[in-house]
Ligand binder design. Structure first.
Ligand SMILES: [Cu+2]
Length: 125
């Protein structure tokens, strides 16, 4: 094979590695496993044009405390809704608002803004 062919082969291989890294490892950083503090699983969620992390992993049967740190005044995110847990909470701008609940059953539950435009997921295991 010529040098040009080798470089194409090499470049292709590097691209595949990068794509795998990007989707597999980088994608993982959006999932956050709740840290247990005195039995309560606590996660801080940054609210700024969306939710970061957007996927939160918790265990069933133990209390969960989500700390919504709202870093904007944009109206879209002023309310957070956890429909499956019957929770609707106003998030004052530039403040952290705690939302607490205890998921009884494993499953995937959504949380959204008041208009269902911003979305996040709680994966209960
Ligand atoms: Cu909205």
């Amino acid at each position: 094979m010529s040098a040009a062919e080798w470089s194409i082969l090499f470049g292709g291989g590097a691209a595949i590695v990068w794509v795998n890294w990007y989707f597999f490892l980088a994608g993982r950083s959006s999932a956050s496993v709740a840290a247990a503090r005195g039995g309560t699983q606590e996660v801080t969620v940054e609210v700024k044009g969306g939710y970061t992390p957007s996927t939160i992993r918790v265990k069933a049967g133990a209390p969960v405390r989500l700390l919504f740190d709202r870093q904007e005044t944009a109206g879209c995110s002023e309310e957070v809704v956890l429909a499956d847990f019957g929770i609707k909470r106003f998030l004052p701008p530039h403040q952290t608002t705690a939302v607490e609940f205890t998921p009884a059953e494993p499953g995937t539950y959504e949380f959204t803004c008041g208009m269902s435009m911003l979305r996040g997921r709680i994966v209960v295991e």
